[in-house]
Each structure stands twice: as C-alpha cells, then as structure tokens.
Design a protein around this ligand. Structure first.
Ligand code: C5P
Length: 397
C-alpha cells in the first residue's frame, strides 16, 4: 500500500503563474496512490488549461458553482464530502483572503467552507505581496483554524523579483501531503539502508564502479521515514536527491561503506542492503595517473568484504534484507544468496531489463524468504519501496 492509496484529494488551482505546475502536482499525488479531482478557479484558468488538468487527473475538472449538470452528479457538497484532503496549490493572495473571510462566491471557496477534512494551502505570489502585513495576518489566521501552510520557496520570480513567494516544488507538496497520512508501521524502529554504487580507485583519476543510481535505495529511505522509522543512510555514488529527514553518511569505496555500516549497525532494528557494492577492488591503487604507455596492462583485483554477510553474522543482528540484481537464473541465484548470506529476505530484480532496475524509475521485484517468493508487480520505485516496507513489517515486526 502506498502512502496515499485510497486517499481522495481535491487540488484547488487558483490564479498564479505557478498554476502551470499543477498538472505535475496531480501526477505526484497519483504516483503515491491518490485519486485526484481538480477545482480550477477563474484566475487559475488564466495560467493552466482545463484540458491538461482533466487529462492528467483522469477526471472532469470542476470549476463552476452554478453548473446544474455538476450539481446533479457531484455538486459542491458531495465534492466536500468526497475529499480526504483539500490542497490549494498554488494559492493566490486573493484565494487566501477569501478563505480567511469564509467567502463562498465560487466553487473552491464554497467547497472549502463545506468540507470537514484537512485543508492545506501552498501560497504563491510576488515576494512583496507575500511579505505584506495583510498576507502575514491572513496566513496566521488560517493556521490558527487548523489549515496547514506549505511555505513558498525563495528565488527568482516570474516577474523578475527575487524573494520569498515561489510555489513549493510539486514533489515537496506531495511529500507534505503524504506526511499527513503517514502511518507508523515502523514507529520507534531504527532502520539502516545502504544506497548507490561503490567506487573503487585504480589511480587518482580512474575507478571501477557500476550503474547504480540510488533511486531504489532513496525510495526505500523515503518509505522507511514515512513509516515512522528513524532512518540512517550510508550513501555511495548516486544520481538522486538525498532524503533530508534521514541521518546520512557518505562513502566512496566498499571498504568505507563496510566501516560506516559496522560503526552504526548496533542499535538498528532493520538493515536493508540496497547498495550495489563492488565485489572486487584493485589490489594496488597507483598514487599517480597510470600512463598510456605504462607496462601495466592488467589490473589485479582483490575481493571486498561482504557487508551484508558480515552484518548477518553479528550476534544481535537486525532483520537483514539483501538485494539480488540478476540477469539470469533469477530465483535460483536469489535463493542461493538468501542461504549463503544468511539474511532474512532477498529482493530480487532482473537488471537485464532496462525498463526496470538500475537507472530506471520503475521496478518489478520478488520478495523472497525461506517461506517462498512473492511478486511485487511493476510500478514506480516509490510504490515498490512502500510495498517492500509493508512486506517487511508484515513478515518480521
Ligand atoms: O553477492 P551479491 O553482490 O550479488 O549480493 C548482493 C547483496 O549483497 C546486496 O544486498 C548487496 O548490497 C550486498 N553486498 C554487500 N557487500 C558486498 C557485496 C554485496 O553488502 N561486498
């Protein structure tokens, strides 16, 4: 189950240039499992098309308080009852002022007045308007009434001004919403996750590494945090943003990753070994760049320590989950790994298929324990990660 699975969200889009980002917000919420309906104000319509929002939300866009057809199917009261949460993003200065006064002169303001669910507001406006005393007072009043505010960002604005007032990023908005529904499957637990690839130096400029992007590991980090766990990340080479609610330790080589894990493993409840750790490293690292005409034409390798196996050997080991990135003989290889490394479960993925695994945004995996294997169907890595966390909790906690 994803954080927003079965959640019904109304996205109110009001008149701000940032309304062009609203289809992206719809997508981010859907990625987390939500069903989204959009209410577009007259001002919002100036900046984003109804057709775009209808296409991405897969629902008719609601915009008219006086639409008799809509009132017969899903009118303003039904819409208000339908929603588990209403988010206005972007929220213009005018829409915010209307909320403060309890006005009901268009569909969005009326639905909000009629709703009993949580309401969130992501302001977006010129920095001077945002800094005005009226706006500060209005936002304070809304907060006092229980409305959650997603603060705007600082930066260059469409009008050329620089300051605070830019709409928060769609991904940030989706995160803030999912935090409201955050479950606490791993509440009070500590989770350590290794992420990304390791880099094994050959000389000062060359190295051995792999294609790991860190996407799956970071998705697991996010899912772990959403599930309420205190999460530590040991991060190798990645090409994704780092989850800033986790404790982070950055490493380069397999040796460094081994050391960082061993230093931090003792009070952990769960260890997820998602990193693509190099099995071997060059026996010697040349202190100088190896010349093209050097007599050295081969690189001698020595095995790295197996981090997962070593954690599994600890006396008070946490629940240990390994990954098996395979290109052939999948289930046999993964089952062998489960036994050899003595871990509690293996997540198997087929890395020969470029549509899933390594650099891709999607994955399809098998969750393998000594009791058998369970397929997690192809989906975004975020949703696959949430399903993995759910399975781990069900199986081991
Ligand atoms: O043996 P193999 O490398 O295929 O095993 C993959 C699993 O073992 C992954 O979970 C990976 O993070 C972990 N691993 C490790 N240390 C290594 C090699 C792999 O922790 N040196």
């Amino acid at each position: 189950m994803s954080t927003l699975t079965n959640k019904r969200i109304i996205l109110g889009v009001s008149g701000s240039i940032a309304a062009y980002k609203s289809p992206d917000i719809v997508r981010r919420l859907q990625d987390l499992g939500a069903e989204v309906r959009v209410i577009l104000t007259t001002g919002g319509r100036e900046f984003v098309s109804e057709r775009s929002l209808q296409t991405v939300s897969k629902n008719k866009v609601h915009d008219n308080l006086w639409d008799s057809e809509a009132e017969l199917s899903m009118g303003h009261i039904e819409l208000a009852k339908w929603a588990d949460l209403i988010i206005i993003a972007p929220a213009s200065a005018n829409t915010i002022a209307k909320l403060c006064h309890g006005k009901a002169d268009d569909l969005l303001s009326t639905v909000i007045l009629a709703a009993s669910c949580s309401v969130m507001v992501a302001p977006s406006m010129n920095q001077q308007m945002y800094a005005s005393l009226a706006m500060k007072d209005n936002l304070q009043l809304l907060q006092k009434r229980g409305v959650r505010i997603i603060d705007p960002g600082f930066g260059e604005q469409a009008c050329g001004d620089i300051g605070e007032g830019r709409l928060a990023e769609p991904s940030e908005i989706a995160r803030k919403i999912s935090e409201i529904f955050q479950n606490s499957l791993l509440g009070g637990k500590r989770v350590l996750i290794t992420i990304g690839g390791t880099v094994e130096a050959i000389d000062p400029v060359r190295f051995l590494s792999n294609h790991s992007s860190g996407k799956m590991g970071m998705a697991l980090a996010y899912a772990s945090i959403q599930a309420g766990a205190e999460t530590t990340l040991v991060i190798g080479s990645i090409s994704v943003d780092v989850e800033n609610r986790a404790k982070t330790i950055f490493v380069t080589s397999a040796n460094e990753m081994h050391e960082a894990v061993m230093k931090n493993i003792h009070d952990q409840d769960l260890f997820i070994s998602c990193a693509a750790v190099a099995d071997y490293r060059p026996t010697k690292v040349s202190p100088n760049k190896i010349k093209k005409n050097s007599s050295q034409k081969t690189i001698e390798l020595v095995a790295n320590k197996d981090i997962l196996s070593d954690v599994c050997k600890l006396k008070n080991k946490p629940i240990c989950i390994g990954f098996a990135a395979e290109t052939e003989n999948y289930l046999n290889n993964a089952n062998q790994k489960l036994k050899n490394k003595n871990c509690d479960a293996i997540i198997l993925n087929d890395v020969s298929n470029s549509k899933i695994g390594l650099k891709s945004d999607e994955n399809e995996v098998y969750f393998i324990t000594s009791n058998g294997s369970d397929k997690i169907n192809k989906n975004t890595k975020q949703i696959v990660a949430e399903k993995i966390i759910n399975k781990i909790v069900k199986e081991f906690f």
